[in-house]
Design a protein around this ligand. Structure first.
Ligand code: UTP
Length: 408
């Protein structure tokens, strides 16, 4: 792409300011900027045209497999799950491409030390949890780690420096997710430097596309013969991955996906709840819930939308292949976006200053025909690290780790 072509393209989408400093750049920087403009997908940044998640549709409750039932059939499910794991049918996908802006930690979130007296980076904590299953199954589980352009090098380096925290590195693969531009409140794309647009990871919804677009990871999925992918967030330090009981229960249920859920702490808790929308499994966000839905009860007298997702899903890979080319909704999310100001200084804002455009993994569930809603004990499996303190924070996660007897 040359300068004239870039100007034409940017004029059409009202983003001419991206070339504001072009003439003062050196040759290398000019090339870099033009090539970034060429490879950037600007189609998502029009807030008015974005394929927003639909607000219409009939919401109904979706029953969960509750702890009591799970405990009764635990051994049976575990055997089914372990059998699938031993036949390398199960892969684990760690979503670690996020920027963790709420935590405000400069490095990848997985490098954050959740320990107090001991050094316990979140990545280590997760690998130790997965090792429990490795020991039980007697084999390693293929682990795919999604990073972004922003944190890939740091993440890979950290795993190497730490000898993969004892995990067999033959079973670990990294892949990088796609990026998308971020804009200010007037819809203008932010610049990060005079020769660079500010790009940020395009949300956790693109994980399967990125996984399959990467030759190495796509062929690993084939070679291992992986039929199920367990996908989970980096920031839940009590996360149980490739949990044989969950895997077994989902396989036995005949569903094409499963979601670990916890009973909501209260009807106003800010987590998405499992339900059905237009007959498909769906995750209703807390801000979408009307007072009427909040008050609705099921046959046993419990709130009908009582089970919140914890970003731990199981998907059948052949079913994901069927939906991968569908048009996923794009969520416009207000965030803190580092940018270059008028004086050419790089600014890291303290509060939100614009929008990012993200695809979310929860929308994949809605594209599928069914989902096993699988209850887990909140106190044992849910300790998210989103903020420095307060709710879902370093402080609350440390408390929960201690309660679970983890040495920190
Ligand atoms: P969050 O929604 O908490 O986003 O991610 P975040 O970027 O990590 O943090 P904030 O909102 O800026 O504070 C939930 C999970 O999805 C992953 C994160 O790494 C985390 O495991 N994620 C999120 C990605 O892998 N890619 C993304 O683009 C966004």
């Amino acid at each position: 792409m040359n300068k004239t072509q870039a100007e034409e393209l940017l004029k059409k989408i009202n983003q001419e300011h991206i070339l504001k400093y072009y003439d003062e750049l050196g040759e290398e920087s000019k090339k870099a900027l033009l090539s970034q403009i060429e490879s950037t997908d600007f189609s998502v940044i029009d807030i008015n045209k974005v394929n927003a998640p639909s607000k219409d549709g009939t919401i109904e409750p979706l029953g969960a497999m509750k702890l009591e039932e799970i405990n009764q059939k635990k051994e049976k499910y575990k055997e089914i799950g372990l059998d699938a794991i031993r036949h390398s049918k199960v892969g684990a996908v760690l979503l670690a491409g996020g920027q963790g802006t709420r935590l405000g930690f400069d490095k990848p979130k997985g490098m954050f030390n959740i320990g107090e007296k001991v050094e316990l980076p979140i990545f280590k904590r997760l690998i130790l949890n997965l090792m429990d299953v490795v020991k039980e199954a007697g084999c390693y589980i293929p682990l795919f780690i999604m990073t972004s352009e922003k944190n890939n090098d740091d993440t890979v380096e950290f795993f190497k420096e730490n000898d993969f925290f004892g995990y067999d590195e033959k079973y670990v693969r990294f892949f990088v997710q796609d990026m998308s531009p971020s804009v200010d409140y007037n819809g203008k794309v932010y610049l990060e430097a005079k020769d660079r647009i500010s790009l940020s990871p395009n949300g956790n919804g693109g994980w399967f596309t990125s996984l399959m677009n990467n030759k190495e990871t796509a062929s690993a999925i084939k070679e291992f013969g992986i039929e199920w992918l367990n996908v989970f967030a980096v920031d839940n330090v009590l996360q149980r991955m490739a949990d044989p009981v969950f895997v077994g229960a989902t396989i036995e249920s005949g569903c094409v996906s499963g979601a670990k859920v916890v009973k909501k702490a209260n009807p106003d808790e800010k987590v998405g709840a499992m339900c059905k929308k237009n007959g498909h499994p769906y995750i209703i966000e807390y801000y979408e819930m009307s007072e009427e839905l909040k008050a609705q009860k099921d046959a046993s007298g419990e709130p009908a939308y009582n089970y919140g997702v914890i970003l731990n899903y199981l998907f059948r890979t052949d079913e994901l292949q069927k939906i991968v080319d569908m048009d996923f909704p794009v969520h416009v999310v207000e965030k803190k976006i580092p940018y270059m100001n008028e004086s050419g200084e790089f600014i890291k804002p303290e509060s939100p200053n614009g929008y990012k455009f993200e695809g979310l993994i929860l929308d994949m569930i809605m594209m599928l025909k069914d989902c096993l809603v699988f209850e887990v004990e909140r106190e044992r499996e849910f300790a998210p690290v989103k903020n420095k303190d307060g709710v879902d924070s370093v402080v609350s996660a440390r408390e929960l780790l201690k309660k679970n007897g983890v040495e920190i």
